[in-house]
Design a protein around this ligand. Structure first.
Ligand code: ATP
Ligand code: MG
Length: 422
């Protein structure tokens, strides 16, 4: 018989652990949990980080249970005195802890398999809140717990991600999935480069502003980082085929509005798009980098299988290396400067011929904070791509050293993409 409880819509996550309130540890479990909960069609309305304080945990659990359908508590299930989640939740729910012989047997067996007697303090990990379902921990000693209370669910999970993640997937996802009214969330990501966040917004907003009016409605958010602006589309409902069809149509409309600044709609990063395009043409690439110090080469070789299209590269930081390793004419450096169109062109052509590649790419620029001038301020970067023809562009990137370097690599990858697919 189907339960007549209303469908779950909201979730709340409480990460327990004083170490999560220091500068040394971050609550990453909630990122994982949020991703999976969203796919189940649940909205995570709040996340909390609480130190190892019973009163604080009880207070936040109380308010979480007053407003959210699913409350997930992570951490503090270990055997030590500072692991207080079990007791705090039991007290707050008014359900005493009971020892489960089967869990105790499992834990002591885990210890005897390692040839050590079970420390007495681990016994408390066999305690379960009355009425809870306990969840086996394949990668540690602390079992998880799932408690139904007043039509809501409270889940206790161990803190270590390698224990929490498989337990959540195996035991918690199925329990929640039966209670979401069959609702699912599907998403797509449209990745763009070469335009700022506001330029992308200007192009895309007239399209995606219509998405909220249609059925099923599509939510759109923009995420920007140096050289990459992403549009995240999500859509929830009960029929996955309907959701996928709506998202496919939405993505196609956005691609129409964005044109070739959109380089990926299937999650692939630009280095992979570039790699596949090089591979399709049977081309091998070589790179000559100055201000990026090898970052472009790293991105190109991040892609598995990149040995099929990456020939090699050189970090030509000093002018002598530009001359000796790449054959740049020292007179070009003298008269135009190391950051100039003739030098960038010579670097790309030099690395191409000297490495026996089909296509060469070069980056030369002023990442700062020093080295700028009125004519060539910090952020001036020249990038060239050379095959049997050569594209050269001069950029003025904003931001600090790290940002200028990120922008430079993104722009070089985009120029490569355009050159190879032209
Ligand atoms: P244990 O039995 O290992 O003590 P536990 O359930 O008591 O497990 P904690 O003691 O709270 O968990 O955390 C153990 C370790 O798990 C932490 O040192 C940390 O590395 C990791 N951890 C805990 N909480 C989180 C979190 N929210 N995000 C990422 N890692 C976490
Ligand atoms: Mg612990």
């Amino acid at each position: 018989m189907a339960a007549m409880n209303p469908a779950f819509e909201t979730a709340e996550i409480i990460a327990v652990g004083s170490e999560l309130l220091t500068a040394h540890r971050i609550d990453s479990n909630s990122l994982f949990l949020t991703g999976v909960l969203n796919e189940l069609g649940l909205t995570v309305r709040m996340k909390h980080v609480v130190g190892d304080q019973t009163a604080d945990l009880r207070a936040i659990l109380r308010t979480a249970l007053s407003r959210s359908d699913v409350v997930i508590v992570t951490g503090g299930l270990g055997p030590t005195d500072d692991d207080l989640t079990r007791n705090a939740v039991a007290d707050e729910l008014g359900c005493p802890l009971i020892e489960v012989p089967e869990i105790l047997a499992r834990i002591s067996e885990q210890f005897s398999r390692r040839g050590v007697p079970m420390p007495a303090i681990n016994r408390r990990q066999a305690q379960v809140i009355t009425g809870a379902r306990w969840l086996a921990n394949a990668n540690g000693t602390a079992p998880g717990q799932l408690i139904e209370t007043d039509g809501r669910i409270v889940v206790l999970l161990p803190g270590p991600p390698r224990e929490l993640q498989p337990m959540f997937e195996a035991d918690v996802v199925p329990a929640i999935a039966t209670r979401t009214g069959g609702r699912r969330l599907r998403r797509r990501v449209v990745k763009t480069t070469g335009r700022s966040e506001s330029q992308i917004e200007e192009l895309a907003q007239p399209v995606y502003s219509q998405f909220v009016r249609q059925v099923p409605a599509i939510d759109t958010t923009i995420l920007a980082s140096p050289g990459l602006v992403e549009l995240h589309l999500s859509c929830s409902g009960s029929d996955e085929r309907v959701l996928d069809a709506a998202l496919d149509a939405g993505v196609a409309q956005l691609q129409g509005a964005l044109g070739d600044v959109a380089f990926s709609v299937d999650g692939r990063p630009i280095e992979e798009v570039v790699g596949r395009a090089l591979h399709a043409r049977g081309w091998r690439v070589a790179a000559a980098e100055s201000c990026t110090g090898g970052l472009l080469m790293q991105r190109l070789t991040d892609v598995a299988g990149s040995s099929a299209w990456v020939q090699g590269g050189v970090v030509a930081y000093a002018n002598e290396v530009k001359v000796e390793a790449l054959g740049v004419n020292p007179r070009d450096i003298e008269s135009h400067g190391a950051v100039s169109i003739p030098v960038a062109r010579a670097m790309a052509e030099g690395v191409r011929t000297r490495f026996g590649a089909d296509i060469g790419v070069s980056i030369t620029g002023i990442a700062g904070p020093a080295g700028g001038s009125a004519e060539k301020p910090v952020g001036t970067v020249v990038i060239a791509v050379a095959s049997d023809r050569c594209d050269v562009r001069e950029f003025r990137f904003p931001g600090d050293r790290a940002m200028v370097r990120s922008f430079s690599v993104s722009a070089a990858l985009d120029m490569l993409r355009r050159h190879v697919t032209a």
